[in-house]
Structures are given as structure tokens and as C-alpha cells.
Design a protein around this ligand. Structure first.
Ligand SMILES: [Zn+2]
Length: 236
């Protein structure tokens, strides 16, 4: 079984604190085979990680977390920025045109910067003939969700949608959180992972879930320390 964390933020996200090399080194260190860097509406960090990945001995799936008009959406296997602010279905179709697939992250979760898709928005997209071929996964475990019921709600929604693949992710905004949620899949390459997503053969691995206070405390400290690095990439 391969292990992937498909929802990680870097200093290229306005709220991320980890540099790209630090993410790659940590992911390798804890034994992940595949990671996706999914910064908010930004693609620079993921492209940098994709280039550096061979030096670190793991595979990077290029990705982005898009702020749609209806909530956050993960797009994987895309190398271009997808415009924020569009409807969920409009965004999904654009990701499809760019050759990617979509995953609904932390569905229905609320709290600290999480703008999540509602159950109604997700079901509406899954009833759309084209969008349903691109939105193929749901995050049933998000280790950074501050609202503890949200993972249970996501699991309930997954149970209603048997065609979807389930994934577990860290949604790490600090380097220490990488891999605290992960996705298991047969094989160990990014291509194996994509195959598993298509047929719903993925599983979820939960790490130790920190308390809301621990998550926010660790993020606040790392956010202050990483401010110069974040400014340097935001205003080069
Ligand atoms: Zn995120």
C-alpha cells in the first residue's frame, strides 16, 4: 500500500507557514510516497515542489485549493491556476478542461478560515453529468478540522455517494502536521493513486488528532516565524 497526503499548504498560501523544501523533507522523512501541495488559489508552490520532488525521493501531484463561490475545492493533477469565485460546477468543469480531477475537502466544516462546500452543493455537482466525472473524491478525514463533527458528517455523506473515492488528508498549515491524515492506495506512485481514486480503491489513515487549541497555537507560532519567508514569495 502506498501512502499519500493530498492537502498541504506552504508559504505560497496566505496562511501557510512551511517552505516547499521543508514540506518535501518532512513528507519523505515520515514515509509518504505521494503528496499534493494545494495552496489557496496559488500554483507557484506546487510547481516548485513538482520540480524538486525527485531530489527528495517522492512524487508530487500538482494541485490547488480553489475558493469557489460555494466553498473550497481541491483540484489535483492541474498545473495552471483556476480562477476563484466561480460556481462549484463551473469550477469543476474548468478543472476538467485543465486535465485535473476534484475532491471536496472538509465538506460542511466550519471554523477558522474554512469555507466549506455544503451537502447541497456537492450533491448538485454529483447530479451534473459532466461535473460528476471530474468530482471523484471526498475528504472523509481532515486532521486540521477544528469542528469535530465535520469528519463524521463527511463520512455520512460519503456513505450516501458510493461512486466517490474517500481520502484522508492533513490540510497541514505547519510542517509538523504533514501526514496527520493520509490516504492509502494500492501501489506507490502518483499514477497508481489516480487509478485508485477513479475506482474508489482508496482508504483513510488517521493520525493523532490534536485539539483545536494545539492546532491554532502551533499555527500562530509558525505563522509569526514564517512571516518574512511568506512576504518574500508574495512580494518578490
Ligand atoms: Zn486547505
Amino acid at each position: 500500500m502506498g501512502l499519500a497526503d493530498l492537502h498541504i499548504h506552504t508559504i505560497y498560501s496566505y496562511d501557510g507557514t512551511a517552505s516547499v523544501p521543508a514540506v518535501l523533507a518532512q513528507a519523505r522523512q515520515i514515509g509518504l510516497d505521494v503528496i499534493a501541495i494545494t495552496d489557496h488559489d496559488e500554483i507557484k508552490g506546487t510547481l516548485k515542489a513538482f520540480d524538486l520532488a525527485p531530489q527528495f525521493g517522492l512524487e508530487v501531484v500538482p494541485g490547488i485549493e480553489i475558493t469557489t463561490a460555494e466553498g473550497d475545492l481541491l483540484a489535483l493533477f492541474v498545473t495552471e491556476k483556476i480562477e476563484p469565485g466561480l460556481s462549484l460546477i463551473g469550477t469543476i468543469l474548468k478543472v476538467g478542461e485543465a486535465g485535473g480531477i476534484c475532491i471536496a475537502p472538509h465538506p460542511m466544516a466550519r471554523g477558522a478560515g474554512m469555507k466549506s462546500l455544503s451537502r447541497a452543493s456537492i450533491l448538485h455537482a454529483l447530479n451534473h453529468p459532466e461535473a460528476s466525472r471530474i468530482l471523484i473524491g471526498i475528504e472523509t478525514y481532515n486532521a486540521t478540522a477544528l469542528d469535530r463533527e465535520s469528519n463524521q458528517n463527511a463520512q455520512r455523506l460519503f456513505a450516501e455517494c458510493p461512486r466517490l473515492a474517500q481520502v484522508g488528508n492533513s490540510d497541514a498549515h505547519v510542517v509538523q502536521a504533514i501526514g496527520s491524515g493520509a490516504t492509502e492506495f494500492p501501489g506507490n506512485t502518483a499514477a497508481d493513486l489516480l487509478d485508485a481514486l477513479w475506482i474508489g480503491a482508496t482508504g483513510v489513515r488517521r493520525g493523532a488528532q490534536l485539539s483545536s487549541a494545539q492546532i491554532l497555537g502551533s499555527w500562530a507560532i509558525n505563522f509569526i516565524i514564517s512571516t518574512p519567508a511568506r512576504m518574500a514569495v508574495a512580494y518578490p
